[in-house]
Design a binder for this molecule. Structure first.
Ligand code: ZN
Ligand code: ZN
Length: 392
């Protein structure tokens, strides 16, 4: 829990803890965040949270007012209403060191992040960019320490924005991403392994992924119609669709020179893992299982045939009498479903026609009478034939 005491200025943790104990003598752990410094368009509290509250102009050669407090800043919060983070505002450079900065959160009103605004802060591991962001200038997050970052759609990215972000492992390039300048966007990101370019991006710019030695997989959607020279390094696997520029690029002299491999999302050569059950089959309903390609994450699904009931030995739920049939009830040991069968009246044979052992016995008499019938019929036929011959 955090409370800000408006304009009351408290200096030093000792005072705050004393006040805390005063208000909560029972040892409640509430800590009051108190302002330790402020200036034109910014405040800093004793928890290390810096809040930018107004648009501040960048004046070349003049340090920002908050620069003397740089080493106390752990988190930067941009307030609603701020539209631009000015150039080199929170960059560790020229003797100013944001050595504790871990987290940056933009407000919904930010449109522009300036040149090198957060550059060279390897401790910066959490950055939350806002939807509605329009432009991010050169090297804005160069050398930052995050392992991932969500990029908003429809942003114009200048060059080298994520230059040397050595902890970055995977990144998704969303729809509407556009490029300005030479654009070595992820140049030198030592651990960048997965790059997902989403449908709605049309160009992979020049040297986009150069000097990324860990790069393994790059997804290229159908919407990409231009791949500018040598964007992808040695041996990477380009994942895309047949007959697109992604496939052409892999098969081009540049692609061959860089030993690129093409994996077709719409092809037949997937590297499927084990089947995973999505829905279990029941006695009466089919289930579903799926497996996923290790490389392109294409999924294949398949039905699992229903198991059928497993009936128990049955229980007599109504005894047969001389006058009335009984009922035998069977229960499925898997799902509890039941079915019934009739038990014949006492002293009678069961009625089940399908059960040979229960069909009425045929004795010798009935056989004899059948033969005698046949004999009579054939004799009659012969007699009538003879009669016809005589007549003619
Ligand atoms: Zn695949
Ligand atoms: Zn069942």
């Amino acid at each position: 829990m955090k409370k800000t005491f408006g304009k009351i200025k408290l200096k030093g943790l000792a005072i705050i803890f004393t006040l805390g104990l005063l208000f909560f003598p029972n040892g409640t752990t509430t800590v009051f965040a108190a302002e330790v410094a402020s200036g034109n368009g910014w405040t800093l509290d004793d928890a290390g949270v810096f809040t930018l509250t107004e648009d501040i102009p960048y004046v070349e050669g003049q340090p920002y007012e908050w620069a003397p407090y740089a080493e106390q800043i752990k988190e930067i919060v941009v307030a609603e209403g701020v539209t631009e983070i000015p150039a080199i505002a929170f960059s560790s450079y020229n003797g100013v060191n944001y050595s504790q900065l871990q987290k940056v959160t933009m407000s919904s009103t930010v449109k522009v992040i300036g040149l090198s605004a957060f550059a060279d802060n390897p401790t910066l591991t959490e950055v939350y960019l806002n939807d509605g962001l329009e432009e991010v200038k050169n090297v804005a997050f160069g050398g930052a320490g995050f392992t991932e970052i969500r990029l908003p759609e429809n942003v114009l990215w200048y060059s080298d924005v994520f230059y040397n972000c050595d902890n970055l492992v995977s990144v998704t390039i969303p729809a509407g991403s556009r490029w300005e300048g030479a654009n070595a966007q992820f140049y030198g990101c030592d651990n960048l392994t997965y790059v997902y370019i989403e449908e709605g991006v049309d160009t992979i710019p020049f040297t986009f992924l150069n000097a990324c030695p860990s790069l393994k997989y790059v997804w290229v959607p159908r919407s990409v119609t231009t791949i500018q020279g040598t964007p992808i390094l040695d041996g990477a696997c380009i994942i895309g669709y047949k007959g697109t520029v992604a496939e052409d690029y892999v098969n081009s002299p540049t692609g061959e020179y860089n030993h690129l491999v093409f994996h077709a999302i719409d092809g037949d050569e997937h590297s499927y893992g084990e089947w995973q059950t999505v829905k279990e089959a029941t006695c009466t309903e089919n289930g579903l299982q799926k497996r996923t390609c290790d490389i392109c994450h294409t999924e294949q699904t398949q039905e699992i045939t229903a198991n059928g009931h497993v009936w128990d030995d049955g229980t007599v739920t109504q005894k047969a009498t001389v006058d009335a049939e009984g009922i035998m009830t069977y229960t499925c040991t898997k799902c509890g479903a039941t079915k019934t069968e009739t038990i014949a009246k006492l002293g009678q044979e069961p009625k089940d026609q399908n059960d040979v052992s229960q069909s009425p016995k045929t004795d010798d008499y009935s056989n004899i009478s059948l033969w005698m019938m046949l004999l009579l019929v054939s004799t009659g036929m012969m007699l009538s034939l003879n009669a016809k011959k005589k007549l003619s």
